[in-house]
Every structure is written in C-alpha cells, then in structure tokens.
Design a protein around this ligand. Structure first.
Ligand code: ZN
Length: 476
C-alpha cells in the first residue's frame, strides 16, 4: 500500500520524460512504473497527473533571507524577507529547496556563524534548506582549520568574493592568497567554492571615474560592473583553481558573454567548473535601467547587453551554464527603489515564486530546450554540483518525494498581487505557459490549487556532500 500515487503525468525522469506513475511512501519515492501500474497496487491517495508535467522540486541555489539591506542615510540596515515568507512563496512556485548563506564575520568562530543562522531557520522555514558558508576579509589560519570541519559536516560550499562590490562595502573581498588556501582546503575535504568574481581594481576604478565625471546615476551600472571585469576575474580565479587538483568552482551569477567564454574554455581544459546565472541576467538588459523604476531589475554585478543574453542562453544548452538562480532578496518596492546611484542601489531581487514556470516558458516554451534540460537548469544540476544529489533534484526510487506538477491549463500572466513574495515583481505582466497545480515536500502536499498547506516546521536542514565526480572534471 502506497501513501500517494501520482499517475499518468509526463514525468521527467533521469533517463528523460515519459508517461509514468510515481508512488510515495512516507517522505520518499518508493516506486516508479508504467501509467496505471502502481494504482492497482493500492494507494491512500491517487493524484491524476494526466496532461501535466511531473518534475523534481525546484532548487534555488542562491537566495538571501533575513539579509541586511543597507539603507542610504540610515545607520541600521533593514532585513530582507525571512525564510518563512520566502519559502512559502518558493513552494507556491514549485521550489522545494533553498540554499542561503551563513556569513562569517572576522573575529568569530565559523561554528558561531552557522549556529546563528541555524537558529534563525530552524522551525521557521516551510521548505528544505542549506547554507553556503560565506567568508569575507582576511582569513586567519584557525578559520581554515575549522572550515575543513564544517565542510565535512555538510556545509559543502563556500562563498568567496573577489571584490568589495561597492566602495561602501569594504571588507567583503578575500585576497587571492587566502582564496588559494581556501581552495586547497576544499579540494582536500570535498567542498566546492561558490565565487562572486569581479575584478576589484576595475570595479573601483570605474566608481572613481564615474564619480569624477558626475555620471553617478544607476543606469551606468553596466559600465562599473562591466564585462571586462568579469573576463579578468573569472580567468584569474580559474587559473588559481586549476593549479589545485580537485578545486571545483561554482561561478555565481554569471552575467556576461566574457564569463561564459571563460567557463567554457576552462571546461574544455578539464577544469571542474560550473556556471550559475540569474533569471534577470537572461531576460533583462542594461537598457531596462532606463525604464521608470529601473532599479527593480538590478542585482549585482549588473545587467548587461543583448550579446550577453545570447551567450548566456546558448550556454544553458552547451554546458557553461548549469543553473538558473534568483539571488533572491525579498523586500518591498519602496526599499528596492530607494537607491538611485551606482553605489547605493539595492541588490538581489524577487522571483523565487515564478522562477520555475518562467524558466519553463523561456526554455521549453520559447527556445526548444528539452524537458530534461529545463529540469537540469532549475533543479538537477544544482543538486549535483552543490551536493544534494541524489536525495534532491531527481525523481528516483529512494529520493525525497519533492515533486511538482506543472499544469499548462494554469498558464497565466504574472501579477505581484497573485504572488506571495512582496508588493512588486520584476516579472509583472509576463505570461507563463505553466503553473504548479501541486507541490509536494518529502511526501507532504504543501500546495494544491493555490491553497497552502505547509507549516514553518516542515523545512529541514539538508547536509550536503559534493561527489568526487563533480570535483574531478566538468561532469555535467
Ligand atoms: Zn547573492
């Protein structure tokens, strides 16, 4: 007797899409069979998935909940939306796992930073979650020792900045020597580096230049956080990693054709490197900064240009880009529009809820991607690269029963008022070709026909381990 059988949907399995039944017992997938075959064995609930696409739960590998947002002219930052708010929206949109960050501050133990973050999330998140360790500034030797322990304990990825991003955020950047030492630790204990790569000299030079020329309005952002900076910085960090065996790289928010090329060339040489881009980098450009409320589309580094869109989209099919994330920083429109200059615009964005349906529409719907390629971009690849696989990111016997039913009959136009994030969406007025009719988290129906059944205690912290195959060569 099964608890649930999801029957007759176009089911995106590891081997590709086919009409299939999926049976769930407790929190796991218990069986996969031909349409109708598992219904006959018996189930407490049979869900008819005919006409629908059944996929593994989405994984957003890059979100920032309860994250300090600097407020111009105010001493205290405001916090972005908490895990409870963001995870609820995520489940509505078919994302069942979020990877956020535990930020280490110089002077404290790494364990203390993780404990603080765990406390904020435990019992306060509707979906499953994990943390990238975020290091910053000067890295003392004792932190490198502790890093080996926490990576082995399931925090398998470490966020590293090669830039301070803006002149007011001094202290984020890690010196290359320290990055080298971190890469050696990760290579030894089985982690992966998640890199925010920009050339700090170029970025800070451009801030100085534009301030001198009094061109400080945010629509010049792509001149500051520019394509040359991505080129120089990606290649520099790649050369460093290539000198350390099994130093794997996950390049966060790749925004430019230059970054795509650097990743592709490194992969051709066998470097274990993977690319993440953001949905706004694929679909908005620096031209959008000129629109009224153009800050709405921004996140750091910056929106780029048409040729960058083309390179990024091509890379979603040819290997340099494996994952599409949001860089979610959920905040009210008033906060998102508060900054007006190249150095004070709020980063991050809303989008965790429409991401899965939006990317389905833009890949399968408009660009001829296969269903497997789409599922790779929103779930499977992040699971494999960042160490959640095969528990997450795949419909397979023994995996967590995180499933989403995407229904073409629920195609809709996106409106902030229908979503569960905040009072705006950068995707206002966009049409999506599908929408989830149901989301299951570890066997529990948490959203059905837009009604929410989840609880803040449902989410679990998931320990991660990056497999050797991911770290020894470009495996996907
Ligand atoms: Zn981010």
């Amino acid at each position: 007797m099964f608890d649930i059988v999801i029957s007759g949907g176009t089911t995106v399995l590891a081997s590709g899409p086919e009409l299939a039944d999926i049976a769930i017992v407790g929190e796991r997938i218990a069986a996969i069979g031909a349409p109708g075959s598992l219904v006959d064995i018996g189930a407490r609930r049979v869900i008819d998935a005919a006409e629908q696409i059944v996929i593994p739960g989405g994984i957003d590998p890059h979100v920032h909940c309860s994250w300090p947002i600097p407020m111009p002219g105010q001493p205290q930052p405001q916090l972005s939306g908490p895990p409870a708010q963001v995870s609820r929206a995520a489940l509505h949109g078919g994302t069942t796992t979020l990877l956020d960050f535990a930020m280490w501050t110089p002077g404290e133990r790494l364990g203390a930073a993780i404990e603080r973050r765990q406390k904020e999330w435990a019992g306060a998140c509707h979906c499953d979650y994990g943390f990238h360790i975020m290091l910053q500034g000067k890295i003392p030797p004792e932190i490198l020792v502790e890093l080996a322990e926490v990576v082995a304990d399931g925090h398998a990825s470490v966020k590293i900045f090669t830039t301070d991003i803006t002149p007011s955020r001094r202290g984020r950047m890690i010196q290359f020597g320290d990055i080298w030492e971190i890469l050696k630790v990760l290579a030894r204990v089985g982690g992966i580096a998640a890199i925010h790569a920009e050339d700090n000299d170029i970025v800070m030079h451009m801030y100085e230049k534009l301030f001198r020329e009094e061109r400080t309005s945010f629509e010049h952002m792509a001149e500051v956080h520019n394509t040359l900076s991505e080129d120089l910085s990606f290649n520099r960090v790649i050369r460093l990693a290539a000198s350390v065996e099994r130093a794997a790289l996950y390049m966060m928010h790749t925004s430019a054709a230059t970054g795509v090329r650097a990743i592709a060339e490194a992969r051709a040489r066998g470097v274990p490197i993977y690319g993440e881009t953001l949905h706004q980098y694929l679909l908005y450009s620096a031209e959008d900064y000129k629109r009224s409320g153009g800050q709405m589309y921004h996140t750091y580094p910056s929106l780029k240009f048409r040729e960058d869109h083309e390179a990024l989209w091509a890379a979603t099919r040819h290997g340099a880009i494996q994952a599409i994330a949001t860089d979610e920083i959920c905040c009210p429109l008033k906060v998102k529009l508060q900054g007006r200059r190249i150095d004070d615009v709020t980063g991050g964005n809303a989008g965790v809820e429409p991401r899965v349906s939006l990317i389905y529409t833009e890949t399968v719907g408009k660009r001829g991607h296969s269903l497997s390629e789409f599922v790779g971009l929103i779930s499977t690849n992040a699971a494999r690269i960042l160490g959640l696989y095969p528990r997450k990111g795949v419909l397979a016997v023994g995996s967590d029963a995180d499933l989403v039913l995407l229904d073409p009959r629920k195609a809709r136009m996106l409106k902030a008022g229908d979503l569960h994030e905040t009072d705006y969406t950068p995707w206002e007025g966009r049409s999506v070709a599908v929408w989830p009719s149901m989301t299951l988290l570890r066997g529990k129906v948490v959203v059905e026909d837009d009604t929410f059944y989840g609880q803040e205690s449902d989410g679990q912290f998931i320990k991660r381990k990056v497999l050797d195959e991911i770290r020894s060569r470009p495996a996907l």
